[in-house]
Ligand binder design. Structure first.
Ligand code: RB5
Length: 144
């Protein structure tokens, strides 16, 4: 798959770990920064990653900040984006299967790199189940 990834300064180290994992799995990765630990604003990188998805240039997105929460809030402002902040594998899988999430948000200050890789694997390994879940997503879209 084509994966867009981005982070702020608090997620920079974990971004490198997850890029390595994505490459090892054979995915095409586009890195939207940030490129170091100097302080930046996470909405800027959420905007870039979600922009790639909206433009059809990426299939899924990965966003990392300190908690994953700010990134998810910013990403979910964008039309067609369903971003989930996740800190364990059950939710990572379920948010693909039930919510058709197209962005996973992870907090580098919340989970260690091993758990983060497992979360990424669970997210990428799951598929949207459709059916009754599509009706609920349609209702989410209608709330906007
Ligand atoms: C940065 O200090 C921190 O606020 C940010 O990475 C994130 O955790 C926000 O949700």
């Amino acid at each position: 798959m084509r994966i867009a990834i981005g982070c702020d300064h608090a997620g920079y180290r974990l971004k490198g770990v997850l890029i390595d994992r994505l490459h090892a799995l054979g995915h095409s990765v586009t890195d939207f920064g940030t490129d170091g630990t100097a302080s930046v604003d996470y909405p800027d990188h959420a905007h870039l990653v979600t922009g790639a998805i909206i433009a059809g240039e990426a299939d899924l997105g990965v966003l990392i900040c300190g908690t994953g929460i700010g990134m998810s809030m910013a990403a979910n402002k964008r039309p067609g984006i369903r971003a989930a902040a996740v800190s364990e594998t059950f939710s990572a899988r379920a948010t693909r299967e039930h919510n058709d999430a197209n962005v996973i948000c992870i907090g580098e200050r919340v989970v260690g790199p091993g758990v983060a890789v497992d979360i990424l694997d669970a997210f990428l390994g799951a598929s949207f189940e459709g059916g009754r879940h599509q009706r609920r997503i349609d209702k989410i879209e209608s709330l906007g």
